[in-house]
Design a protein around this ligand. Structure first.
Ligand code: ADP
Ligand code: MG
Length: 239
């Protein structure tokens, strides 16, 4: 049984045509799972449904063996990092990192302890009193990751978290995110439209096109045994 189970999941917005169709998928605990596909293929929609930010039109979603179709995001015990990671501009790095714990009214002492551990782990000790505008793109991204880490949620969802960064930084952050995921034993669902990112980061990869799963497998299998022309072309072609 998977940690996350999607059974015949479908989605349509405003009763229009389905943007996701018959998605059957299991994601294992501690796995780095990548959703990859071209723009408009339904990756973000799928991730938002797992997060509870988007209603599910059909099918069943389970997390940790519990049906969560109608469970609000705050009760799903997960963290999220998005593309334009939306730090609060008027808050310091420290306040940004602690925003979620504060909202949950976590005890002050515990907040402080978790902040110290997280800042240490993410190399943010020197930056805690700064405002987001005083940070580089890479530093901002690290604060966004710190916000996810500090929550101590066992499941982390990321939607194209690196697409605003330049190529060199992106390569570094890929390694950093992988390291973090391993170290914390997180279950990761990571969305990207970048084949290279998918192939270098994923334990397993799901290729999505037009709302339909094309293939699920380890990077080497997708590369050596693509199940159709779409996968072969998409995985094989340089970005
Ligand atoms: P991806 O993340 O792979 O680019 P999305 O999940 O954002 O794909 O979008 C999948 C499809 O759903 C697209 O056709 C998109 O236009 C449509 N879509 C996404 N969000 C909405 C929305 N809030 N309302 C209506 N249609 C949407
Ligand atoms: Mg998207």
């Amino acid at each position: 049984m998977g940690y996350i189970e999607l059974m015949d999941i479908s989605k349509s917005y405003n009763k229009q045509r389905n943007v996701l169709n018959g998605i059957d998928l299991q994601i294992e605990k501690g796995e780095f799972f990548v959703l990859v596909g071209p723009s408009g293929s339904g990756k973000s929609t799928l991730l938002r449904m797992i997060a509870g930010l988007e209603e599910i039109s059909g099918g069943t979603l389970k997390i940790s063996e519990k049906i969560v179709n109608h469970l609000p995001p705050k009760d799903r015990n997960l963290s999220m990092v998005f593309q334009n990671y939306a730090l609060y501009p008027h808050l310091t790095v420290e306040q940004n990192i602690l925003f979620g714990l504060n909202a949950q009214k976590v005890d002050r002492e515990i907040q402080q302890k978790r902040l110290e551990e997280t800042a240490q782990m993410m190399g943010l000790n020197e930056l805690l009193k700064r405002k987001p505008r005083e940070l580089s793109g890479g530093q901002r991204q690290r604060v966004a990751l710190a916000r996810a880490v500090v929550s101590e949620a066992p499941l982390c969802l990321m939607d194209e978290p690196l697409s605003n960064l330049d190529a060199k930084l992106r390569a570094n952050m890929r390694i950093e995110i992988r390291r973090l995921q391993k170290r914390l034993g997180l279950t990761m669902v990571y969305v990207t439209h970048d084949q290279v990112e998918a192939m270098t980061m994923g334990d397993r990869i799901m290729v999505l096109n037009d709302g339909i799963i094309q293939q699920v497998g380890e990077p080497i299998d997708l590369y050596n045994k693509p199940s159709n022309l779409f996968v072969a072309t998409f995985i094989g072609s340089p970005k």
